[in-house]
Design a binder for this molecule. Sequence first.
Ligand code: SAM
Length: 292
Amino acid sequence: MFYIIGLGLSDEKDITLRGLEAVKGSSRVYLEAYTSILMISQERLEAFYQKPIILADRDMVETQSDEILANADTEDVSLLVVGDPLGATTHTDIVLRARALGIPTRVIHNASIMNAVGACGLQLYNFGQTVSLVFFTETWKPDSYYDRVKENVKLGMHTLVLLDIKVKEQSEENLARGRKIYEPPRYMSIPTAVSQMLHTESERSEDVLSPETTLAIALSRVGGDADQQRIVAGTLKELLEQPEEAFGEPLHSIVIVGKRVHHMEIEYAEEYAVDKQNWRRVAKEVYGCAEL
Ligand SMILES: C[S@@+](CC[C@H](N)C(=O)[O-])C[C@H]1O[C@@H](n2cnc3c(N)ncnc32)[C@H](O)[C@@H]1O
């Protein structure tokens, strides 16, 4: 059996009992380590499972999946994925490959940022399309995400914005020269995300995002211990003005609040607002939350 097992969002204790049983019974255990990070080290996971873990980079999962799937028709093999295996990053390719090889597969679910985002007080029912924001470079500033945000904004829905992770990336020069030298990992922070979004707004000028009147909620290390998880709410401008430390360690995500927001969502999130009065004022005057 080929198991794909969600690890949840925080540490070794978030795996489900069902997932743990599968890990214990597997002859090989891989950890997908390029689309998300766990808040603990590989060693701590290995100590908890009492078995070695093989790190699977993008190359291995996407192009050399046969190595992972070898013998999975006769023994149990597990691939561990941070969050939920089918949440945000879908690992459908490897499941399709396993099916094509006649290997039985089983997905073991867990919490994902896609549902844990509810920690900020906004209702999951009121979310539109999730978007991903990639690191801009001097010459490449992709803005297709802006169209999705615009569609959500039109419908009054909230937008979950997932932020880029660069793990095991090569510099352009090393790539061109075929040198397998990798850059240190980079995780996009809230201030970078907000400034990139405002850059796109200034280029496109379609009135989707406004520094002073768009409300947003920054989330860091959701699911972590109380000293790890951070939620900070405010206008885009207010978030941009916060020192980088205000948002804590990566991973970070940001939610753009939609106009159909309910007053109870605003009241819940007010707890996290950098300026509670302004949060309420914008919600009332700009978002039309009359009941506040
Ligand atoms: C490509 S997604 C992978 C999601 C994962 N498979 C899951 O189901 O949660 C990775 C992005 O999700 C967001 N993310 C994941 N875990 C997070 C957490 N605990 N707190 C805040 N954001 C998180 C970050 O923006 C990160 O860059």
